[in-house]
Design a protein around this ligand. Sequence first.
Ligand code: HEC
Length: 126
Amino acid sequence: MDAVKLSRYLVLVVGSVISAAGHASNNVTPIDGQANEAIFQGWQVFSEACGSCHGDFGQGKIAPDLTQQIKTLSEEDFTRIVTNGKGLMPPWKANQEVMHNMGNMYRYLKARSSGVVQEGILMKPR
Ligand code: HEC
């Protein structure tokens, strides 16, 4: 395991321990019911598929900060761009997981943009 993978792993383990202990973590903002599940799903797929370029929390990396861009993007425009690609971004239409979670990813980024969800690892809702 290389250092980057190891540190990611440690972050996840520490996060799980904090969650298991039942303490409120700064990384998690509770949201009620269904939204919570949708946003969690959206974040999982987003961080897997998009994090390498846009940052695991949409904060921007080698590609734009989507927590800002999303403010002026409708869900239709978001879906169109992600499906077909834009500039240096590849199209995602062949990726079932991304296509099935389009709305969830949009909701996650909207929640990040409005500050309802902070930058950080989300826990699976109970
Ligand atoms: C290989 C790197 C890369 C990956 C992976 C990637 N993107 Fe992008 N994305 C970019 C780049 C670069 C741009 C800027 C394109 C431009 O404006 O020419 C961009 C632009 C966007 C935009 C448009 C922002 C705007 O307002 O113009 C959205 C929305 C977006 N990406 C969403 C996603 C989502 C969702 C995923 C994961 C399914 C993803 N991207 C994965 C590189 C990437």
